[in-house]
Design a protein around this ligand. Structure first.
Ligand SMILES: O=C(O)CC[C@@H](O)C(=O)O
Ligand SMILES: [Zn+2]
Length: 516
């Protein structure tokens, strides 16, 4: 029988997304590449069976307590928050939460877990939306929360070095005091950790201007599954000495190593920021406005986001946020960031005049002061929160050629008829990234069966990505084949085996079940 420390699942209780347990795929951790191999049929999102990892014993606890005294948590009330994801859609049953403060501590923990065959679920701010940051069964939760020191900031180059557990908003405030900003900004900034941002290659609201973390992250320190510390913590803009290994860990969702420190290139704080909130009659007009905006605002444009009328309805109903302009089918948030307030305002006003006279935009409002800028941004940033009050939410994060993104929403509405409560579209127009969200009063397997695989087939038909910026985690892992060739996925499996031969790091995530 399992040691007393480990609670077995209550009878009939499902772990994670588990509904119908699927037989363990093959148990083989070594997979050969076969040319022309058939792509496996994706299984439902149900979690695979627990793999035969060891269970935590009192001896293991004694070891952890010696390495990180007072920072081994077993209190069920504290563990509850770390076992459940932000959406409350995935639940694990871990009984151990470890809070290291240093890279050396992470190294010792992983070296030990690897030798004992104990599975580990790395966790940052736990704000992910695909079930990637919580355990599925009894994996040990390895939190970066106490690894929150800035290591260095070079005010000439703008290069920041910090530990992985720094909260994004704290880093932003730290940099703003020094006349710099972070190159990324997300709705979850108050909780998410930079290590988690990098591990998931989070996109967010500024990607249009500053690019993805694949460009702005200059270096990483990563603890590998066996405890070795990989020092790629470079601070160079240019470095072509061999393969760029840090890219493997960016977006790997904690399955290849635990990121412990990051160096990141930060832009100067803009002297002038303006936000315009505009309304359009059709998505066609919204796209024309985007084109015009790129032409007229070019170098000062820092965000071009959208939400539809349904999103606005949910913001009004659930969060009591008022629409600052007349009711429209589509709303745009445009942000400019530049170095000359007079020049930027003049450009923005010329653009708005042109957009209004050519009837691309029906109504709009502009903000230059911080409080109003914040209020306008919250209409875009808080859609996710509004959706959580609308019911059970099915979330899709799709990349498509920009002119196609809203067609998926209209096709989905037509396809579902009155079976869904709300079908909404919003997202990052500038990046060709749609957030399609569908709600129902409660979890509804029939509705889900109507949405999937329809949404994935639709996306694959236009060579889109089924996960633009949220990653695959537990929920989307089996749909990877809709966006990646079989050979690419098989190579990913080989990399996983090379770096984590026992598969202890964030098991059941990112890779499809046939490669777990
Ligand atoms: O909740 C979502 O689907 C999207 C969340 C986030 O990526 C956003 O852009 O607001
Ligand atoms: Zn987004």
């Amino acid at each position: 029988s399992p040691p007393a420390l480990v609670r077995t699942l209550p009878p009939g209780f499902s772990s994670g997304l588990l509904q119908t347990p699927r037989p363990v795929s093959c148990g083989v951790r070594c997979r050969e590449l076969h040319a022309g191999e058939e792509r496996p049929t994706p299984s439902p999102t149900a979690a695979p069976e627990r793999r035969p990892f060891s269970r935590v014993t009192p001896e293991d606890m004694a070891f952890f307590s010696k390495i990180i005294p007072g920072r081994t948590i077993t209190d069920p009330d504290i563990l509850e928050a770390s076992n459940v994801d932000w959406l409350k859609s995935v639940r694990g049953f871990s009984e151990v939460l470890l809070r290291p403060q240093t890279t050396e501590e992470v190294s010792q923990i992983l070296g030990y877990c690897n030798s004992r065959n104990l599975a580990v679920s790395p966790q940052g701010g736990n704000t992910g939306l695909v079930g990637g940051s919580v355990p599925v069964y009894d994996e040990i939760i390895l939190s970066t929360a106490l690894m929150n020191n800035v290591l260095n900031f070079d005010s000439v180059s703008g290069i920041l070095s910090c530990q992985a557990g720094c909260v994004l908003e704290n880093l932003s405030l730290y940099l703003e005091d020094r006349d710099y900003i972070m190159p990324l900004d997300l709705g979850a900034k108050g909780s998410c950790h930079i290590g988690g941002n990098v591990a998931t290659n989070a996109g967010g609201l500024r990607l249009l201007r500053y690019g993805s973390l694949r460009g702005t992250v200059l270096g990483l320190e990563v603890v590998l599954a066996d405890g070795r510390v990989l020092d790629c913590l470079a601070t160079l803009r240019k470095d072509n000495t061999g393969y760029d290994l840090k890219q493997l860990f960016i977006g790997s969702e904690g399955t290849l190593g635990v990121i412990t420190a990051v160096t990141i290139l930060c832009p100067r704080k803009p002297k002038a920021v303006n936000v315009a909130f505009l309304g359009c009659e059709s998505f066609e007009q919204l796209l024309q406005t985007f084109q015009l905006c790129r032409g007229m605002l070019g170098e000062i444009l820092s965000a071009f986001e959208f939400l539809d009328r349904e999103c606005m309805r949910l913001l009004n109903t659930h969060l009591k946020l008022a629409n600052p302009i007349t009711d429209c089918p589509f709303y745009i948030v445009i942000e400019t960031s530049g170095s000359n307030p007079t020049h930027d305002e003049e450009k923005l006003h010329q653009f708005l005049e042109e957009a209004m006279t050519s009837s691309q935009v029906i109504d709009g409002t502009v903000a230059t002061e911080e409080a109003k800028i914040k209020a306008l941004w919250s209409l875009r940033e808080r859609v996710t929160e509004a959706l959580t009050h609308d019911g059970f939410t099915y979330k899709y994060d799709i990349s498509l050629p920009v002119e196609r993104i809203y067609q998926l929403v209209t096709d989905m509405r037509e396809h579902l008829g009155n079976r869904a409560k709300s079908v909404v579209g919003y997202g990052h127009v500038g990046d060709g990234n749609l957030h399609l969200n569908i709600t129902s009063p409660t979890k509804d397997p029939d509705l889900l069966a109507s949405i999937e695989p329809f949404v994935y087939e639709w996306t694959a038909r236009f060579q889109g990505s089924i996960s633009a910026e949220h990653g695959l985690g537990l929920k989307k892992r089996n749909y990877i084949y809709y966006s990646k060739a079989s050979l690419a996925v098989a190579l990913m499996g080989n990399i996983k085996i090379m770096l984590d031969p026992k598969g202890i790091l964030n098991p059941y995530k990112t890779l499809p079940d046939d490669l777990q």
